[in-house]
Design a protein around this ligand. Structure first.
Ligand SMILES: [Zn+2]
Ligand SMILES: [Zn+2]
Length: 322
């Protein structure tokens, strides 16, 4: 039966592969490698997943191949095949995968230093943007996007001249930087961990070059040295105006606050409403009061903390408990 499962995968017959897998106690004899099915390419600080053998990949997924072992190393991270499909530009393939009704998650969170957000970056007519469509698909698929980062700026040690790492932006930072309110609206409820640049991207003039004190791993010097940080040329021309960036940040903050109140409501649940009814001695509690209590009970979103008390500049007069 193992041979038959091999054949089913090779000819790309998902139905047969699934059927074989149900009767098969051993894994296929052929060792499948991720690179045979998916290739991760990099171009101008954008990552692309190119799916090579779609039918074979679908049959392998349907046959329950141990996909977590089939990783493609893409620069700073490993990507599972299933994740590559979600992050690829191939909407039709993702549609077919959904048709197989497989359990693909839980999705792995990536280490802090990764370039995974670059799967959503696209460039057309000299303008760099996030692809709303791909971001939307990844969010619906439940991908762990809050740790996804993109290379936004180069860092150069002023002492030894080496560039040991990139300056990374979160998906939310990128959406704000490019003034993409629609993408910021998707990012808000994900409670993306704010980076040190979220505040600057949201509320301040964005310089293209600035200096920062860091520890350089190449100098062999224990103290802090000065780094020159420079926004990549490709991105520099796509940075939105301050009002556009503020509008995008406001949209993210509004949806982040709504989501945290919703989370508070679902965890407080019935007990809270019972308590409020008893305080109100059986009278109905006004919705506004319920909302106010929930807003106090909610955990503040990461974005709100990042704004360090300046959230009123984005949502004037709408914040009650800050
Ligand atoms: Zn150095
Ligand atoms: Zn030392």
């Amino acid at each position: 039966m193992a041979y038959l499962l091999d054949v089913a995968i090779l000819i790309g017959d998902a139905e047969l592969a699934r059927c074989c897998a149900q009767h098969c106690t051993r894994w296929p004899l052929r060792r499948w490698r991720g690179e045979e099915l998916v290739r991760i390419m990099e171009d101008n600080l954008q990552l692309r997943a190119e799916i090579r053998e779609k039918d074979v990949l679908l049959a392998a997924l349907a046959g329950g191949l141990e996909l977590e072992h089939l990783n493609s190393f893409s620069w700073a991270s490993e990507v599972s095949l299933a994740e590559a499909i979600v992050r690829s530009a191939d909407a039709e393939l993702w549609h077919r995968v959904q048709g197989l009704q497989l359990q693909l998650g839980p999705w792995p969170a990536h280490e802090d230093y990764n370039y995974m957000a670059e799967f959503f970056v696209e460039c057309s007519g000299g303008q760099v943007r996030l692809s709303w469509e791909r971001l939307h698909r990844a969010k619906k698929a439940g991908l762990a996007l809050s740790s996804s980062r993109a290379r936004a700026a180069s860092c150069r040690c002023q002492r030894c001249g080496s560039s040991p790492w990139w300056f990374l932006f979160s998906l939310l930072d990128v959406a704000i930087l490019f003034g993409q309110s629609d993408c910021a609206r998707l990012c808000g409820p994900m409670d993306i961990e704010a980076t040190e640049d979220t505040l600057k991207a949201s509320l301040e003039a964005t310089p293209l070059v600035w200096e920062d004190e860091r520890v350089c791993e190449f100098c062999g010097f224990c103290g802090w040295t000065s780094f020159q940080i420079r926004i990549t040329d490709l991105w520099a021309e796509s940075i939105a105006s301050l009002p556009e960036r503020q509008a995008a940040a406001a949209e993210a903050l509004r949806t982040a606050l709504q989501a945290s109140v919703r989370r508070a409501a679902s965890s407080a649940g019935f007990g809270l409403f019972q308590a409020m009814r008893s305080w109100a001695r059986g009278e109905s509690v006004p919705t506004a009061v319920v909302e106010l209590v929930l807003a106090f009970a909610a955990n503040p979103p990461s974005l709100l903390q990042a704004l360090q008390g300046r959230e009123g500049e984005l949502l004037p007069g709408q914040l009650t408990n800050s």
